[in-house]
Design a protein around this ligand. Structure first.
Ligand SMILES: C[S@@+](CC[C@H](N)C(=O)[O-])C[C@H]1O[C@@H](n2cnc3c(N)ncnc32)[C@H](O)[C@@H]1O
Length: 302
């Protein structure tokens, strides 16, 4: 893996010392430096086939210099998105694309877009590359990193490098006056579909869709741009709706619509119709098969 362009990707979990929650070893960072991980690194070793696919296609990855921890990028990593895609075009960013079914299918149907897939789990990123190659699309790139840490760097936000959620939210969506990546174009669309639900109450703090991440997404989006979310877990749907409606940076065009009797505030609603462009993935299928309700949420950058 060394000395090849793909080393510029964020450190791959299988090539870096792994830090598990609760781990304490000489290479473990200070606890205060740890981020809330909204993903699991379990099973992140690549098989030979994926290893080879990834090694052959460094051009499909966003070349951000790796940071000190697995899945992080260096705070001063420079990246010109126009150069990465080889053109200027409207940008859509999918966070947690899994195998990339939705993002790649959208890119195929919308060649006018640049589509960026941000996936923290190495086998997921490798599957995204495989999907891109299968579809033969040229307008998709993969960033293999923790979106919460890497996107503030990629878009040159002031909050880049801040670890505590309170600090990120206090900082707001402002661009850094000095970071070169602040010149990267803002996204038209951001998608977060079926993020890991972290079902147990004590794990809810690991959910990605929370106020600090909404602030980061606000920093990435152009005014009027949209953030689309979907989940098959009721109480994550209420949380997403609440995050959007309490954020000073978003409005919910479906406020009050589609109230759900299972909601603790059953009159409240706030859910969007299913987005017709969203591709049905196994996560949605699994939720439907288990009898769960799928909720879509649409947030518009104010
Ligand atoms: C449950 S899967 C859903 C995949 C896909 N969106 C779908 O609907 O089929 C969630 C994905 O989000 C990724 N993920 C979770 N937190 C992330 C983060 N902070 N940055 C990047 N990817 C993340 C996980 O690795 C996983 O691939």
């Amino acid at each position: 893996m060394s000395e090849r362009p793909e080393d510029l990707r964020a450190v791959r979990p299988d090539s870096a010392p792994q830090q598990h929650d609760g781990a304490a070893g000489p290479s473990a960072p200070e606890r205060s430096q740890w981020r809330i991980r909204s993903f699991s690194l379990r099973g992140s070793r690549l098989g030979a086939r994926h290893e080879e696919t990834v090694a052959r296609h460094p051009e499909l990855f966003v070349p951000l210099a790796p940071g000190p921890q697995a899945t992080t990028v260096a705070l001063d990593a420079r990246c010109d998105l126009g150069q990465v895609f080889g053109r200027q075009a409207p940008l859509a960013v999918e966070i947690g694309p899994g195998s990339g079914e939705h993002g790649v299918s959208f890119a195929q149907r919308h060649p006018e877009y640049n589509v960026l897939l941000v996936e923290a789990w190495a086998p997921g990123a490798a599957r995204c590359v495989a999907s891109i190659l299968r579809a033969g699309v040229t307008n998709v790139r993969v960033l293999e990193a923790d979106a919460a840490q890497a996107l503030p760097v990629l878009f040159g936000l002031e909050c880049a490098g801040l670890v505590r959620g309170e600090d990120v939210t206090a900082c707001g969506p402002a661009r850094s006056a000095t970071h070169p990546n602040a010149a990267n174009p803002r996204a038209e669309q951001v998608w977060t579909f079926f993020p890991d639900p972290w079902r147990k109450a004590r794990h809810h703090k690991r959910r990605l869709v929370a106020a600090p991440f909404a602030t980061v997404v606000a920093g990435m989006l152009r005014e009027g741009g949209t953030w689309r979310l979907a989940t098959d877990w009721d109480n994550y749907a209420w949380q997403m709706r609440d995050v959007v409606e309490t954020s000073p940076y978003f409005t919910n065009p479906h406020a009050g619509e589609r109230p759900d009797p299972a909601d603790p505030t059953p009159e409240r609603g706030g859910f969007a119709p299913r987005w017709e462009e969203r591709v049905l993935t196994r996560f949605e299928e699994r939720g439907i098969a288990a009898g769960r309700t799928i909720h879509d949420i649409l947030a518009v950058r104010a």
